[in-house]
Design a protein around this ligand. Structure first.
Ligand code: ADP
Ligand code: GLC
Length: 486
């Protein structure tokens, strides 16, 4: 069979540029699809971070151009020279992407993100017009790529191409004021509630949801939740109207990168049958975070997260004294984001030197050391499209305590304290009382070593590999190809 031809477009991808889980997905899924004989090519913005990797690249298009409003902007397309991976093309224009960060700095989003990502979408379309690669499906991800399905649909040259829009997070909608709409070059008829207009503004995410042939999101539970007012962020009506074309496909894990048996970035390696190395990782984490040595015999609880209201990390503040003084656990938090949340966490932890560590930065190596060295990982999200840290944690024998929402609900099964069946602990309501009860249950099971070991073993034996997840994307692509509706 001739391979399916796919273009996959995202605003970040591991290892080139990352702020969160989207990068992990965009860095792995295309390669897993390539293994399934899909001819897939990836397009990314040419951020400074991409070129900082010192990779060799070739200029495949030294000078293309596109309109942004009435201005004609030139750009280059470079292809990264990689081996045995899906080919990666970057849209390179210095004033748009050669910046210290991807989307903004400590003061907030870059003021011109509308311009930057409208330009990115328009540049991708200009590339499509010049490329000798003719994709059958264009697979877009999140709001940064949301205009592409709208352009594809309005351009006679691309009518045959099917578009899939994958929603990784409904909380980031790429919402801009009406005066920026003219930059898109789209006909004014799109600026209405059935198009991309959203309460007096317009949303790039909504464009992706409305104009793509199919919409997928990253877990079955989140696919259902976003069709309800509670989780729909005002877009649940749009999603319900597209119900038959909304799919929930669970993310995967790249076990070549996330595997305690081979991980060179952690202090010692370990397997489900021999956790000696995990104790070495725990000891190293305790030392690195200047926690009390006595925590070797008590639970160390980790958090690795963006500090955003989504993640519910603030729920730990009212229960911190209970955790540290009564349950005698240690707490390690690695995270950056919301300034106020950073300050409250900092303040809340001050009375507990030796039992609480808060590291405010983005640090991939430390993230891994926490995921490997902690006994438990907390993911108390208010909503969670999929969530990857709980999947990584399980592989490293670190037991997740999660809120039963989105992908957390689909990937963590409740522990039976008597038998040791299950992989983690879940709580229902996004409040401190429920959260504390789940942690209390986890700590009581931790105190029964044979049962705890069983739970660790169960988590480490789970298979969330991309090989499986990519197969469901392939089936969806095939279904799209068979769909002949206009
Ligand atoms: P989201 O994409 O919503 O942030 P995910 O759980 O899907 O949530 O993915 C988060 C990814 O970002 C994981 O790979 C996690 O390890 C990583 N991460 C989050 N915060 C940090 C941090 N401060 N330092 C390093 N890695 C982080
Ligand atoms: C988003 C979501 C997260 C998901 C990730 C990758 O950032 O918040 O739940 O795992 O995308 O799909």
């Amino acid at each position: 069979m001739t391979p399916l031809r796919i273009v996959f477009i995202a605003s970040e991808a591991t290892p080139f540029a990352k702020t969160g889980g989207l990068a992990d997905v965009a860095g792995s899924l295309p390669n897993a699809l390539r293994e399934l004989n899909v001819d897939i090519r990836v397009i990314l913005p040419g951020y400074r971070q991409v070129f900082e990797h010192g990779l060799r690249h070739e200029r495949v298009f030294p000078s293309l151009n596109t309109l942004l409003g009435s201005q004609r902007l030139t750009f280059q397309v470079r292809k990264l020279l990689l081996e045995n991976t899906a080919p990666i093309y970057v849209i390179d224009r210095e004033d748009m992407f050669d910046r210290p960060h991807l989307y903004g700095n400590a003061d907030g989003d870059y003021y011109d993100n509308a311009e930057r990502f409208i330009f990115f979408c328009r540049a991708v379309v200009a590339l499509m017009h010049s490329w000798d690669f003719a994709p059958q499906i264009i697979h877009c991800n999140d709001w940064h790529t949301g205009l592409i399905p709208a352009y594809m649909q309005s351009d006679p040259a691309f009518r045959q191409i099917k578009t899939l829009f994958t929603l990784h997070n409904l909380g980031y909608s790429g919402l801009f004021s009406s005066d920026k709409f003219a930059l898109t070059g789209l006909d004014a008829s799109h600026y209405q509630p059935n198009g991309l207009e959203f309460y007096g503004k317009w949303s790039m995410l909504k464009a992706g949801l409305v104009y793509s042939r199919a919409v997928s999101t990253v877990s079955p539970t989140y696919a259902r939740e976003i069709q309800t007012p509670e989780y729909g962020k005002g877009l649940d009506g749009v999603l319900r109207s597209r119900q038959a074309s909304v799919f929930g496909l669970l993310n995967g894990v790249n076990y070549q990168m996330w595997n305690p048996e081979t991980d060179a970035l952690i202090p010692a390696r370990f397997t489900p049958d021999d956790l000696t190395g995990k104790r070495i990782c725990k000891a190293a984490l305790i030392r690195a975070c200047q926690l009390d040595e006595s925590l070797m015999e008590r639970p160390v609880i980790g958090i690795v997260s963006r500090l955003d209201i989504q993640k519910g990390i603030d729920l730990i503040i009212p229960i911190l004294s209970e955790l540290i003084e009564s349950l005698k656990v240690g707490v390690v938090i690695l995270g950056t984001g919301d300034g106020e949340m950073q300050q409250s966490l900092q303040r809340a932890g001050e009375p507990y030197p030796g039992a609480f560590a808060f590291i405010q930065r983005f640090d991939e190596e430390l993230a891994r050391k926490i995921l490997a060295g902690a006994d438990m990982l907390l993911v108390p999200s208010r909503y969670e499209p999929c969530g990857l840290t709980q999947l990584y944690a399980m592989k490293y024998g670190t037991v997740p305590v999660v809120r039963a929402t989105g992908g957390l609900n689909d990937t963590v099964s409740e522990v039976n304290e008597r038998t040791g069946d299950g992989t983690g602990f879940a709580f229902k309501h996004a409040d401190a009382t429920d959260f504390l009860a789940a942690i209390q249950k986890a700590v009581s099971v931790y105190r029964m070593p044979p049962i705890w070991k069983r739970v660790q073993f169960n988590g480490m034996s789970m298979d969330f590999s991309w090989e499986k997840a990519a197969q469901s994307y392939l089936s969806l692509y095939q279904e799209l190809m068979m769909d002949s509706s206009p």
